[in-house]
Design a protein around this ligand. Sequence first.
Ligand code: SF4
Length: 440
Amino acid sequence: MTAKTFYIETFGCQMNAHDSEKVIGTLVSRGYSQVETPEAAGLVLYNTCSIRDKAEQKVFNRLQQFKRDAGKGKVFGVLGCVAQQEGEKIFERAPHVSLVAGSASYTKLPQMLVQLEAGERRVTGLSLDTDETFETPFTRRDNPHRAYITIIEGCDKSCAYCVVPFTRGPERSRTGESVIAEARRLADAGYTEIQLLGQNVNSYRDPSAAGWDFATLLARVGEVPGIRRVRFTTSHPRDFVKAIVDAIDSNPVLCDHVHLPVQSGSNRVLNAMDRLYTLDEYMRRIEWLKNARRNIAITTDIIVGFPGETEADFNATLALLDEVQYDSLFSFKYSPRPNTAALAMSDQIPEEEKTRRVMMVQERQRAIQIRRNSEAIGAVQEVLVEGRNQAMGQWIGRTSQNRTLNFVHENGNGTDFRGQYLHVRVTRAGPNSLVGESVM
Ligand code: SF4
């Protein structure tokens, strides 16, 4: 390898974003410096996502684009879910790649880098050992105020459409003590918001003698001095218990937002997806959230066009949106993935029909969000200031409910408010954000 410079592009979810922070930390601690373009880098890394076919294709297109540079001392690496899923087959598809490593192998990165630096042509890290620790000693966090903490890796569910159990392996939880220690270090370093991460945080179980469940861990993280907000993602309805809502009710540091992916409003489809809950069971959890003392925002994920989804099944999903009145949602067209049970299911839905359905979900949800967001007009909300929109003359804030609230501050006098918590009165609402003015 020539210069010790690297470029990394990240695809996919927050778990991947945080994994990239670990990779960057590891590289920087070994004397590498990060550059902004693949052209300027000696080592080009793609941290990949394989949840949908499109995301996977994008990585191979990127690799293709820079193929000609491979002979000029540039080294290419594929990390993350596509690496784990495709393994050494990546070398056949993109022969100029030298490093293929899944997320469970990032602690071995220093060793792999030594091999690459010594000129080894191909290095892999593909083990999914359950005793492999998933925390790297160095992490370079992207955001100066909000920090991610991985509390559980992998997934023991087997949703029929999902590739994650194959790419991230079985569940492994960290000890509560190590999570609290990391939260304390982050608070000491000036971070005020923490986001606990896992494929299914609700099934967290402290492997030490303490044996904390997720609700206990959440409550304890909320007690760390200096931490003003705690979020978590993502939840599985089957493992989502009332104690989590009680914890949120008891401590305003725990944000009043829960993302509870439902995927479909039809019991028949939920069963085919192997989601392990019925609509009634899901709605019981929604009831806990709606009956909470705090005004907890509820968001979800929807998949349309799962094999065999009829018009009646799809209408049941639309009816669910009307009933729950979600604050926001992510909607996806079902994408067939390797190794998954749904791949072999008959009655695959044509692409145009999936597109029609996803557009209908988005249209229905847009109207709901306009209504939900309008309810906030006149209220004063606390925001963490995340940035500045210079062109609009507005500050960009985020509420505890995870809404974007853009606002003006009359007496700023050139002050940089980023990282501060301010009170803002909501004056207008759109489908995706709120607008307001700061309250002195
Ligand atoms: S709970 Fe289901 S959708 Fe979520 S990561 Fe596990 S298998 Fe995938």
